[in-house]
Design a binder for this molecule. Structure first.
Ligand code: SF4
Length: 384
């Protein structure tokens, strides 16, 4: 059953040097046309699904997510018309989480008021670092004072939930400078009672990004690899110490404020998606729209990629995503869904990692331990 919808807004004020998302600067003049195409796509896709036999009568979306790009940059009217269109075709649950992703300097009081008015109840703010030197080195076009200002408006508006994202493994970053950013983030959570979600992601260096040419992989400006585990441990200690529950490798939330949207992805639920490069999972098929803005706007119903997710892939994904969740895999539910006993099938791997303290099986849940989380990728890869 579909439980979430993603809408991609690709406009940005500046293309960050590390970014390989479908995000474009300098094409704001296309916003109105883009809006019209997304509205058409919402209708056309839902019509097609209904024609194929899907019934939306029992669907109630738990989450709608405006991601990008910088959805916070466009006029709120654009987002409102998309929300109205979507809600005219698919029901939203009464407690539907409606999130907007934004850079802090795109937040203004006027926009914040309009977002709240249209039902947006969650702001996800890409802060990345509270140190200007690091923001500059990674090619961001905002500075730390703008992060404070944007968060003050978002949190001060009384919106239900605000989240902020940080990054680590950045050029010029040290353990001490990362600690400063963590302290700024946790300090703000003391100041604002609705700052309820924190994330921190390791920098993924895309080979074709400008950052890669300025600071190639392995350049001395990056923190050495052996510091990553220390950074991660510092991160967990700091966010947990501020009362946030570590619920996924990179995500922390106050109880009850986990991202419903990301949980839908991690629990392998079906989700709709609209907009350039948007990825969906419906009816056992993962597909994505054209990544080229021009091509998408010409041909919004054509898939750039489409893959039937077979039983083996579904099982692998359930293990991979389940182990990234701190609550782990509910083995009874897994066994029922996939038709075999996960503990028996992976007895050797589980025993090996349990003996070294990386994994545990408690009350029928198979989960990484705190020691296992920083090396989750290598543990997960051994299952396959
Ligand atoms: S603001 Fe976000 S989406 Fe836009 S270019 Fe920067 S990292 Fe990419």
């Amino acid at each position: 059953m579909v439980s979430a919808a993603y809408i991609h807004i690709p406009f940005c004020s500046h293309k960050c040097d590390f970014c390989d998302f479908a995000a474009f600067a300098g094409v704001d003049h296309l916003t109105d046309d883009y809006e019209q195409v997304v509205l058409r796509e919402i209708d056309d896709r839902i019509d097609l699904m209904i024609k194929d036999g899907r019934n939306f009568d029992d669907v109630a979306l738990d989450s709608v997510f405006f991601g990008g790009g910088t959805p916070g940059l466009v006029s709120p009217k654009v987002l409102q018309s998309m929300l109205e269109k979507l809600s005219s075709r698919v029901r939203f649950a009464p407690d539907c989480e409606i999130t907007i992703e934004t850079t802090p300097h795109a937040i203004t009081q006027e926009k914040m008021d309009a977002w709240k008015e249209m039902g947006i109840n969650r702001i996800s703010c890409g802060v990345e670092s509270f140190l200007d030197e690091e923001l500059k080195a990674m090619g961001r076009d905002h500075r730390s004072h703008e992060a404070y200002e944007g968060l003050a408006i978002a949190c001060g508006s009384g919106v239900a939930s605000v989240g902020l994202d940080l990054m680590y493994g950045l050029p010029t970053q040290t353990l001490a400078s990362f600690e400063k950013s963590l302290a700024c983030a946790t300090g703000l959570t003391e100041q604002y009672s609705n700052l309820l979600h924190l994330s921190a992601y390791g920098l993924h260096l895309a080979e074709n990004s400008p950052l890669y040419s300025r600071f190639p992989k392995g350049a001395a400006a990056y923190p050495p690899e052996n510091l990553f585990v220390e950074m991660f441990e510092l991160l967990v200690e700091s966010f947990e110490g501020a009362g946030f529950k570590h619920y996924e490798v990179s995500n922390f939330a106050k109880p009850g404020f986990q991202s419903k949207h990301n949980m839908a992805y991690w629990q392998n639920k079906e989700y709709l998606a609209f907009g350039v490069s948007a990825h969906r999972y419906v009816g056992g098929v993962r597909s994505s729209n054209w990544r080229s803005l021009k091509r998408y706007m010409r041909d919004w119903m054509a898939d750039e990629t489409s893959e039937i997710v077979d039983q083996t892939t579904r099982m692998k994904e359930a293990i991979m995503l389940g182990l990234r969740l701190r609550s782990g895999i509910d083995t009874a539910a897994f066994n029922k869904e996939h038709g075999f006993d996960i503990v028996q099938r992976y007895e050797k791997e589980i025993e090996k990692f349990a003996d070294s303290g990386y994994i545990e099986l408690v009350d029928g849940r198979l989960a990484l331990t705190r020691k296992g989380v920083p090396v989750s990728n290598s543990i997960i890869s051994e299952f396959f």
